[in-house]
Structures are given as structure tokens and as C-alpha cells.
Write a protein that binds this ligand. Sequence first.
Ligand code: NI
Length: 421
Amino acid sequence: MRVPPQRTNVTRLRFPARRAPSPTSNLPDAPMDTIKTHVTNSTEFLLDARRALHRIPELAFKETKTATYVADALLSLGLPVRTGIAGTGVMGLLETGRPGPTILLRADMDALPIQEATGLPFCSEHPGCMHACGHDAHMAILLATARVLTQMRNSLRGTVKFLFQPAEEYPGGAAPMIAEGVLENPAVNCCFGLHVWPSAPAGTVEVKPGPLMAAMDRFEVTITGRGGHAAKPHECVDALEVGTQAVGALQRIVSRQIDPIHPALLTVAVFRAGHAFNVIADTAQFGGTLRTFDTGVRSRWQERINQVVGGVCSAMGATHELQFTSGYPPVINDVAMTEAVRRAAEATVGAANVREATPTMGGEDMAYFLERVPGCFFFLGTGFDGCSMIHNPAFTVHEDALPCGVEIFCRIVHERLGISG
Ligand code: NI
């Protein structure tokens, strides 16, 4: 495989050796080799898009420049484009005119409130905002995929939807895009998405059937006691003290009340109480995040938190209020669709470089698409020696890995929509 020219200061990647072609084969180029050629020819388009988008990071539902760039790129390919879906979402449509299934490929668009510290020549032009989760790479991969599949449209049937979704980080753009009908007209049969993955070396792919990423819910508790003089605790109900007991007791939910066969996580990440050294706090507020893959565990979080915090409060003479916010569902990959990704990945990077993904307690709103149609979300290795992880000001991807993402998407589509001749 031709390694694209390096224009960044990241370490040069050595791609794994390809499997040698069968010595007995004298067939003309298979369609799969055509895919590789098209992908290679789109490398410059891909890297230009990634760098242009990297310069203009925008936060959730404010991705206006990003949406304009994406829509213009899709229009330049001659594809019909729908914009303004769920605010800033964009969808391009490849209609082959031949009956067949509809595949949805998804990329997320939003950036993070982080000041970039990569030193890249194409670093963020927006102070305090950065593509620190690789969504610039996701969009560029999807645009290059659209380009390749458009070039190959005569050998395809059915429809491909290229979906660019706002606000993945928070509060989520997938659900409102679904509410605006992106899975209908024509109805989507299967869906695929990827995330760049710095903990996996560039040139590798991680994929896994079943649960991959956790459901994430959020809670905030306000405890009300009775404030007063710090020297007269017996005349007060110390909300800070009640709050710390409640935080400790909440940790017993996971360790004592949930079947250990089901991974679950409760993190209290915020605690606020008190304002003066000689005043007993009359209120305390704390909150955090809840993660699990199991819908049964998930359905009982709210009730359990209320019971535990309520029990502590009633023992101490305080009261509480719980605000519970349901977040993204778990990412669950369909078994057959995961096999399709595995085949495409093996053809792209070699079987030895396709690994079983380790599930993560991180969340992803790709989950909403996967809840409705079978599909697969997978990790594209973009790591290199000394690279930083996502959500870090120094995070960047190894660009040599990005064409692999394009090739995998194209092979998935070609396997399901390809026609001979
Ligand atoms: Ni991300």
C-alpha cells in the first residue's frame, strides 16, 4: 500500500505487510482492488478535509462553519444534500437508481472546549476550542468515503446516506436527527460508524460484537439541612456532613446491590457545600455520572439513589432532592454487522491487525442509531509512540491511518450493495 506523504511532525507509520496474492490467480483486478486504488487516489482530498476541519472546531450545535464545509464538499461530488437537520446536521445521499438496501454511515461534527497544544501547522483557529476527540478525522473519512463511492456508483445498487451529526459530546445530536427522519425515506437497513482510537496503533482496527460502550446517565442531589453557628452543631442539621455520608453510602450501590456479573460505575464528580469556616452549611450539592451496559441496572439507578440518599437524610434530619437525567443508551453492536466490519477490516489491514475491542465505560450517541437499526461501531487505530489520548490538548491522530477508515467503509458498502458488471 502506498503510504501518503507526511506533512505533519508525527512519527512515520510502518504499515503491516499485505498478504501476498495467490500465485495461481490470474484473474483481472477484483472490485476490491479497485476500491484500494480509489481510496489511495482520494488521500489528498481526505487530508485536506481533515486539516481544514481541524482549523475550525466548533462546539455542540454551533457547528455552522463545519456544516458549510461538509455540505459544500458533498455538493461538489454531485450529491443531493440536506442541511439544518437538528440544527447543524448534514446528510448527503448517494442514490444509485437501482433498487437495493439503504446503508447509513455516520460521523460526528462537534469539538471540545479545550485550548489546543499540538503545535500542528493546521491547529485550531478558534481560541479555547479544539477537535480533541478526532471528529475532524471522522468527518474527513466520511467525505472521502462519499467521494470514492460516488466514483464507483455504477457498480452499486441501493442508497448510501452520509450522515454528519452535531453535538456528540453533549447533549447529543443523534436522537434529534432521528426525530427529524434521517432513518426514513428511504428506510435505513443498517448503519456503521467509527471512532479514531489512539490506544490502538495506526494500521490496526478494533471491533467487537455486542456491548461496546456504556449507557451514561447523570444525577444531581441537593441536601437541605439547617445552618447555624459552627460551635453549635446540636442546634443544626449539617448538610455538608450528611452529604459526605450520602456520597459514601452511594458507593455501596455498585459494590453491594448490583450483581457483579454486570459492570457498573457510579462516580460522584462534583461536591459543593459551605462558605465560611465558622458556619454550618445549610445545603450541600453533589452529582456525577452512572455507567452500565445493562438495561436492568440502568432502569433502577434512580430508585436506588433515592433510597440510599433518602435513608441517610432521614436518619440525620435532612431532606433531599434528586435530579436524574437519562443520557445515551449503551452501544450494542449487531453480530452479523460486526462480522461485516471484521471482513472489511481484515481485507484492509490484514487479519493479524484486526483485534477484539475492549469494552469501555465511555459513552457514544451512535447508540441511538444502533438501537433502531442493526449496525456496528468500531475503533480505528490512530496511535503512535508517545501520542496523547482523546480529550487531551495534545491529542492528534496518525494521518496515515485515516485512509484505512475510508477503505473499510467502502468495502462494507461494496459487500452489501455491489453489483457485478
Ligand atoms: Ni469522540
